[in-house]
Every structure is written in structure tokens, then in C-alpha cells.
Design a protein around this ligand. Structure first.
Ligand code: ADP
Length: 592
């Protein structure tokens, strides 16, 4: 994904998140430094107090001064820390906003390559790793480097030989730190990947909770998650180990330098190359080196951990989205029914897979109902997905109202379609939220009217809080048939110019199905309706039927024509189940 050195790229990206706040970072760093200096003055005042006590002088002034300095130092440092923490939060917010903004606009093929649980962990957990890196990492990295350079310049001024000795020892330390740093990054990334794996596993299990229980799979799944949890721990420990090694190398090397300088310096004093005072001053500077070096190493470690998280964040940001096209247009108000045409459409889900549609062509006039039938896996849902432009055909053209859907702005295109998916998703929230989801502006009166059309009035009457009743996670408080009718009502409220129903009545009882069939037939007089149906009863109502098999259109015609002409259709019709669904009950419905 990255052409340059991955570390450099993520460091740059990390610095990019901190850049908008550089003034605040600078101010925060400055205040903390000033706070530190104010602290340094306190022992001097304390000395004055002791002196004054000895000389029988008044100590009121120095005490007031000391109190003033303590309070001022505390306030300045606290404000500096607050500024840095605040920036840290802003950096995390910035990364989260960018990720969330990206995720909602991902293209479906890109989305299919990700795992939702892992995506969630990138948004919630990886972003927090930027907190320290983009603030303290940056501030300390800069200030301590300046300090370090200052000290080295002073050392060079005192004695170049001793400086050479010191730098030699520090170079060894630098080598150890350089060894630790990439390992810290790798281990942090691996740890975060394990956290992502826990999220993905958890999402998988919670998404099929009843199946997990019914299969008695709790222990097996728990073991899977335990493995990921253990890996996160192991990688975390690895980070801790290398962090400790880097820290010790920094601290230890200064100690060693101290001894070596003492030895070499002593010899130089003995042979008269330098005066004792130079050696003493040099050793003092060496002593000052401990703080900056320790903090610099700490800053590098933080930065490295942040850059590991950054590369995971970047992976999401580089996924393909459809934002560019959607930003430029506005939803057009609804018009009349649209025509639909497929012209020699070839499509495969991924380049390495077999084509799912093989030269599909058909043309539907505006208005009227068309049924898509064919064995399961024939490509019916895929046809709907191409109309919605969730995917783009490999070759061929999909037209709505004569216009290539690839040329239409997405909001305009999707704005005119009402789509009821196969599994009729209902989201957590109230009944009203769910019904208004595809058309946020509709009134309660319109909602109630749509519910009447979809035979949901009894449900509404039964619910304690009416439209305000919460339907639970994925609508688990509702029956499958109710969810389907809610999904249909939701699509109707959009006042679609084209209605796509994917096995939308499969879970309804015979009575409700009959009623909805009438509703849909009614709708077909004012809008274009395309249904994937597995019940013969629905299909026989259609103005035309398209028979699909293995991605090809086998035949198009009315029920009577197809019974005469097409063998597959005759077989499907004879079993009553036009998509060979084995999970649906066979109903005795007369072939008209
Ligand atoms: P139908 O609706 O007729 O049952 P689909 O259009 O859902 O059939 O699927 C057609 C074929 O494409 C099937 O073989 C299915 O396994 C495959 N398929 C569907 N969705 C995807 C996807 N997102 N990625 C890869 N293959 C897919």
C-alpha cells in the first residue's frame, strides 16, 4: 500500500494529524517548560528564607514570594498539560471523524473485504494510540532534541576528546534503540491486529447469537476469542520488553559514559591536557543529559506505537469509496415510473471469480410488474445490486429511463429506487425511525397510511408505545413477517419510481401475502415494480416474467407463455417454489 518506508509514511501521517494544532502544542510545551523553570527557582527562595531566619530578618516577603511561585508554577504547568491533553483529544477526534466519514461511504466491494468488528476496533481503539504520539511524542521529541543539541554544543566547547568518548558510548545506545524501535512498531501493530480480531470474532458471534446458543458453540467461540486475547497480551508484553530495553539502554549508557569520561578525563587532567574544572563541568553536563535522552527515547517509543496504529488507520482510509461522486449532486424530487434495461451485462464479484451474470439483456417499460425467477444463485439479487450501482458491470450497460446508471449521480439514482432486501433488515431504534429511514421527511400520517397498505395496522395497535416502540437490536422483538412488511412500508414511503422487492413476502402468512400481493399489484399501476418471487401466486400476477439460469436470461414472457415454452419454468412452476427454496413451506396455490 505504501511505496516509501512504511515507518516514514506513518510518521508523516501522524505529524499530519498534529499539524493543525501546532500552535496549541507549542503553547502547551512552552508553558510546561516555564512551569519547570518556575519550579527551579523555588530552592533559591527557600535558601533566602533559611538565611533570613538565621539573620533574624523578616521572612514574610520571601514566604509570599515562594507561595506565589508555587501557585504560579502549578497553574502554568497545569494549563500547559491541559492544552496538550486537549490537543491529544482533538487528534483522536480528528482520526475518528475521518474514519467514520470514510466507513459510511465505502463502496460495497471494499466493504466486503473488511470485517466489521475489526473496523470498529480501528475506529475506537487504534485512534486512542495517536493520543500520546501526536502530542507528547511531538512536543518532547522537539524540546528534548533542542536540549540535547544544546548540551552537546556545550560539551564540544569544553573538550572535544571527552565529547568523542561520550558520543561513542551514546552511539552504542543509539544502536540498541534503533534495534528496539521497529520491533516496538511491529509488536504494537500485531497487538492492535489481535484486538481487531477480538472485535471481529465478537461481532460474528453477536450477529448470530441464537445460532451460537442453539449450536452449543459458546465454549468453542470463547476459546477462539481467548486465543486472540492471548495474542494481544503476548504482543503487548513484547512491546513492554523492548520499551524496557530501550529505556535501560538510554539510562545505562549515560551511566557508562559517566564512568568512561571520569576515567579518560582523569587521565587527561593528570597529563595536564585539561584543568580539573573542565572535567567537573563536563561531568555535570553529562548528568544533565539523563533527562533529555530518557524523554527522547520515550517520545520515539510513543511515536512508534502511534505510527503502528496510524498504518492500520491508513489501511481503511485507502479503501475505495463513492464519496467523490456523491458530493457533487442533490437528490432529485420523485418523478414518474422509470424504464429499466440491461444491455449485454457481464458481471463478476471479484476478478478471480466466475462471472455471475453472462450477457444479461432485457428491457422493461415504465409501470407494471416484472418477476425475476430462477434457481437460487442464478443472479437475481445481483441484478438488483447492479441497478442500485452497488457494483459496476464488467461490460454492458444498465439503463434507467434510458440513462446509463454509471453516469447518474448516486443520490439521484438511489433516490428514485425503493429497495426491499432479501433479509428485510430492521435496525435498533423505534418503529418510526425504521419506517422513516429511507425518507426522513415523512409525516406520521403518511407513515400510518403506508402501514395500512402493508397490513401493519394490527401491529401498531398492539404495540404499547405505538410508533415510539423500540424494536430492539436488529428488530428482534418483531416476527420475520412483520420485519418484511416494515421493510416494504419503508420502501413505499420513499415514493419510489422503481420498486425492487427481493423475496419480500417470503415470510408472510397466506392471508397477509394475499393482501400485500394486491397492494403491490396496485402499486405497479403507478410505478415500475421488479420482484424476485418464489411463490407462484406472486409470479402469476406479473405482467412479464424473466427466467434466469446460471447468470443467463433463459426466457421472458407471461406465465402462460412460459409454461408452454420453457422447460425450467414449467419445472419450477410445478413445484410451486420458483426459486427452489428448501427452507419455505410448500403451499397449495393453484396455477392459474
Ligand atoms: P440469487 O439472488 O439468484 O439467489 P445471487 O444474485 O444472490 O443469486 O448470487 C449469484 C451468485 O453470486 C451466487 O453464486 C452467489 O454465491 C454469488 N455471490 C453473491 N454475492 C456475492 C458476493 N458479494 N461476493 C461473491 N459472490 C457473490
Amino acid at each position: 500500500m505504501q511505496t516509501e518506508n512504511p515507518t516514514t509514511a506513518s510518521w508523516k501521517a501522524l505529524a499530519g494529524y498534529a499539524r493543525p494544532y501546532w500552535r496549541t502544542l507549542l503553547a502547551g510545551g512552552f508553558l510546561i517548560t516555564v512551569g519547570g523553570f518556575v519550579g527551579l527557582a523555588q530552592p533559591l527562595i527557600a535558601k533566602r528564607i533559611v538565611d533570613a531566619l538565621g539573620n533574624d530578618e523578616t521572612i514574610r516577603d520571601p514566604i509570599l514570594l515562594l507561595i506565589g511561585l508555587i501557585v504560579a508554577g502549578a497553574i502554568i504547568s497545569a494549563f500547559g498539560s491541559y492544552l496538550l491533553e486537549r490537543t491529544a483529544e482533538s487528534v483522536v477526534r480528528g482520526a475518528r471523524m475521518r474514519l467514520l466519514d470514510k466507513v459510511l461511504w465505502l463502496r460495497l466491494p471494499a466493504m466486503e473485504r473488511t470485517q466489521p468488528g475489526d473496523l470498529m476496533s480501528r475506529v475506537s481503539s487504534d485512534t486512542t494510540l495517536l493520543r500520546q504520539a501526536a502530542t507528547y511524542g511531538v512536543v518532547q521529541g522537539l524540546t528534548q532534541s533542542v536540549m540535547l543539541i544544546g548540551i552537546v554544543v556545550m560539551m564540544a566547547y569544553l573538550d572535544l576528546v571527552l565529547l568523542g568518548v561520550t558520543l561513542g558510548v551514546l552511539l552504542v545506545m543509539g544502536g540498541i534503540v534503533a534495534l528496539a524501535v521497529p520491533r516496538i512498531q511491529r509488536a504494537t501493530k500485531a497487538a492492535q491486529e489481535s484486538v481487531g480480531a477480538i472485535g471481529a470474532e465478537l461481532e460474528r458471534v453477536l450477529g448470530a447469537f441464537r445460532t451460537v446458543k442453539a449450536s452449543g458453540a459458546e465454549e468453542r467461540e470463547q476459546a477462539e476469542m481467548a486465543t486472540a486475547t492471548h495474542q494481544a497480551w503476548a504482543h503487548g508484553v513484547e512491546v513492554a520488553k523492548w520499551q524496557a530495553i530501550a529505556g535501560t539502554a538510554a539510562w545505562g549508557s549515560v551511566q557508562i559514559a559517566f564512568l568512561v569520561v571520569l576515567g579518560v578525563g582523569g587521565a587527561r587532567v593528570a597529563n595536564g591536557s585539561i584543568p580539573v574544572s573542565t572535567l567537573v563541568a563536563f561531568l555535570l553536563y553529562l548528568f544533565y543529559l539523563v533527562g533529555p535522552i530518557g524523554q527522547l527515547v520515550e517520545a520515539i517509543v510513543q511515536f512508534q506505537r502511534g505510527s503502528a496504529a496510524m498504518s492500520r488507520i491508513d489501511e481503511v482510509l485507502s479503501l475505495e469509496d463513492e464519496r467523490v461522486e456523491t458530493a457533487q449532486s442533490v437528490i432529485e424530487p420523485a418523478g414518474g415510473p422509470v424504464s429499466v434495461a440491461f444491455e449485454d451485462v457481464w458481471f463478476r464479484y471479484r476478478p478471480e471469480l466466475e462471472p455471475v451474470l453472462r450477457g444479461v439483456s432485457f428491457s422493461l417499460p415504465p409501470r407494471g410488474m416484472t418477476a425475476l425467477v430462477g434457481p437460487s444463485g442464478a443472479g437475481k439479487t445481483t441484478i438488483f445490486s447492479l441497478i442500485e450501482r452497488f457494483y459496476v458491470p464488467e461490460s454492458g450497460i444498465v439503463r434507467l429511463d434510458g440513462e446509463d446508471v454509471e453516469a447518474a449521480p448516486l443520490p439521484q439514482l438511489r433516490g428514485m429506487i425503493g429497495y426491499v432486501e432479501q433479509d428485510a433488515p430492521v435496525m435498533a431504534g423505534t418503529l418510526r425511525d425504521n419506517l422513516r429511514f429511507a425518507a426522513p421527511g415523512v409525516s406520521d400520517t403518511e407513515i400510518v397510511e403506508a402501514m395500512e397498505r402493508t397490513r401493519l395496522t394490527a401491529l401498531l395497535a398492539r404495540l404499547p408505545d405505538g410508533l415510539d416502540t423500540s424494536v430492539g437490536h436488529r428488530g428482534f422483538t418483531l416476527s420475520g413477517g412483520e420485519r418484511q412488511r416494515i421493510a416494504i412500508a419503508r420502501a413505499l414511503l420513499r415514493r419510489p419510481r422503481l420498486l425492487l422487492l427481493d423475496e419480500a413476502t417470503s415470510q408472510l402468512d397466506a392471508l397477509n401475502e394475499l393482501a400485500l400481493r394486491e397492494t403491490i399489484a396496485d402499486l405497479a399501476t403507478e410505478t415500475t415494480v421488479l420482484v424476485v418471487a418464489h411463490r407462484l401466486s406472486t409470479v402469476t400476477l406479473a405482467d412479464r416474467i424473466i427466467v434466469l439460469e446460471a447468470g443467463e436470461v433463459r426466457a421472458i414472457g407471461t406465465h402462460d407463455e412460459l409454461v408452454d415454452l420453457d422447460e425450467l419454468y414449467r419445472e419450477l412452476a410445478a413445484t410451486q417454489l420458483l426459486t427452489e427454496r428448501v427452507d419455505s413451506p410448500v403451499e397449495p396455490v393453484a396455477i392459474s
